[in-house]
Design a protein around this ligand. Structure first.
Ligand SMILES: C[S@@+](CC[C@H](N)C(=O)[O-])C[C@H]1O[C@@H](n2cnc3c(N)ncnc32)[C@H](O)[C@@H]1O
Length: 251
């Protein structure tokens, strides 16, 4: 399943999406941190850290941060873990990862969520922050998440979700569709940054509903699949790879 339909104004076919998205983030990378910081009223770092703690990231966990971008999730995770030694950051944008590398002594891997060059059963905790809309297939992505997690390993996906109800939806549309891209260009004087935030909006506007994400997670074998909605706007999807039962035949 695609997370949203083909956005023909930006790329012609689903196959062309990864190259388009990669260029967008490579070009916008140097503005990303400042734009999301003021755009979310300076709440991003504490929100990410609270979500990681609440959903069970523990010291000594080996963490994989998929779509790590400039490292905003990984930096908060390192505060909880007390080190970045056990953190792997994966992203297809060399531009975004270059910013992350300037902040964090983690392991960095250039790659896409749908096909990760990482070993089976190797992580205790897997995060993906605000990037689910950018993959080409939910099932392929979630199958990969399931493969690289250890039995008992935990998954946390953070997303922004269009709120229900006419007035909340109107306010959401006005802010993310109009005000945020306009202010982004005003403050950064960068069309690349503005285009990145315009696309951010278009993917949120056309994104599949939370029920489809939950269904896709369950379809690849995840257990304890849940969505926690925060302020009707932020979605925290959590799931676990089932533990091995006594008597399981190991590969
Ligand atoms: C909005 S940024 C999110 C960055 C960071 N996780 C955060 O919390 O702010 C989206 C990131 O997803 C990455 N991305 C795009 N397509 C991807 C894919 N197929 N697999 C993994 N990451 C992808 C982009 O390069 C970009 O760094």
């Amino acid at each position: 399943m695609l997370p949203h339909p083909t956005l023909a104004a930006h790329y012609a076919t689903p196959e062309a999406k990864p190259e388009f998205v990669n260029r967008l983030f490579d070009n916008g990378a140097k503005h990303y941190d400042s734009v999301v910081d003021w755009g979310f009223l300076h709440s991003g770092a504490s929100y990410r850290r609270r979500a990681l703690k609440q959903h069970g990231l523990r010291a000594a966990d080996h963490l994989l941060d998929v779509a790590a971008g400039t490292g905003l999730v990984a930096v908060e995770a390192a505060k909880i873990l007390g080190t970045a030694d056990n953190i792997t950051c994966l992203d297809p944008s060399a531009g975004m990862l270059a910013v992350a590398r300037s902040k964090l002594a983690a392991r960095f891997v250039l790659g896409r969520a749908e096909q990760m060059p990482l070993a089976d059963n190797s992580f205790d905790f897997l995060t993906m922050g605000y990037a689910l809309r950018h993959v080409t297939s939910l099932e392929e992505t979630f199958r990969e998440f399931h493969r690289v997690l250890k039995p008992g390993g935990k998954l946390l996906i953070l997303e922004v979700t269009k709120p229900a109800g006419r007035i909340p939806e109107f306010c959401f549309r006005l802010y993310f569709g109009r005000i945020y891209p306009f202010l982004t260009q005003l403050f950064t004087r960068s069309r690349d940054a503005r285009d990145m935030m315009r696309y951010y909006w278009e993917t949120m506007d056309t994104c599949m509903p939370p029920a489809s994400v939950l269904e896709a997670l369950g379809s690849v074998g995840f257990a304890k699949v849940q969505r926690t909605a925060v302020l009707g706007l932020f979605s925290e999807y959590t799931a676990e790879k089932a533990k091995l039962a006594t008597g399981s035949i190991l590969p």
